[in-house]
Write a protein that binds this ligand. Structure first.
Ligand SMILES: *[C@@H]1O[C@H](CO)[C@@H](O)[C@H](O)[C@H]1NC(C)=O
Length: 203
């Protein structure tokens, strides 16, 4: 009897661990950042220095990102390869979107700095003005779209349908995270602007 061809092998534990870590990271940083905003526990742990607290969170999130990437790579290795994707034009396309994704991520880190990238606003470290230059003139969320493209590029490079599905999952998690982050940070800045306006009136 002919075996049904599997595109995604859901029986692999490595796939579950990869998906878990993709979902865990944005949940983790949103919970920690909101706790920080409400209690300043990281700033207190950093002896009252918000910048040190934010750097600690940055190192933690960055490390979780590396673990997530390693789990993804491991998961892909355990997954079936789809031969039709295992061709040169797909590899070239994969390399291009992987590179473009990394350009988006790295250039937005460069434009925002460490505290701007890693939730400094929740520590009270606000940007003076909204960053509008590259890559923020292309999309409001270059880091999330760039990261998704890196996942997709990797999936296509290794010709793994499971990786394409994981990239969609990555994007979905980021979209959910944005629904929590965008209104919250908008309110942090709106509050700052109200306080500034009130300060001006007093003078
Ligand atoms: C964004 O800014 C970069 C650098 O200033 C520029 O080269 C690019 O054309 C801009 N893109 C858009 C879509 O405006």
């Amino acid at each position: 009897m002919e075996r049904v061809k599997t595109y995604i092998d859901f029986s692999q534990d490595s796939l579950k661990y990869s998906a878990l870590s993709v979902a865990f990271n944005p949940i983790f940083w949103n919970i920690v950042a909101r706790l920080e905003y409400n209690t300043h526990f990281l700033t207190k742990l950093a002896l009252g220095k918000p910048k040190c607290g934010c750097y600690t969170l940055a190192v933690t999130i960055f490390s979780l990102g590396i673990i997530r990437d390693l789990l993804y790579e491991k998961a892909l290795r355990d997954q079936p390869t789809y031969d039709a994707l295992d061709v040169l034009p797909v590899k070239i396309f994969a390399g291009l979107i992987f590179a473009y994704g990394n350009v988006l991520v790295l250039s937005s880190m460069w434009a925002l700095g460490v505290t701007g990238t890693y939730l400094g606003d929740y520590f009270g470290i606000l940007m003076d003005a909204r960053v509008t230059g590259f890559p923020f003139n292309i999309t409001d969320n270059p880091m999330y779209y760039g990261s998704t493209l890196s996942f997709l590029g990797t999936a296509l490079w290794f010709a793994k349908p499971a990786g394409i599905a994981m990239s969609a999952f990555v994007l979905a998690m980021y979209m959910i995270a944005l629904r929590f982050e965008e209104p919250f940070t908008a309110e942090i800045y709106a509050k700052r602007d109200r306080e500034r306006a009130a300060g001006k009136k007093e003078k």
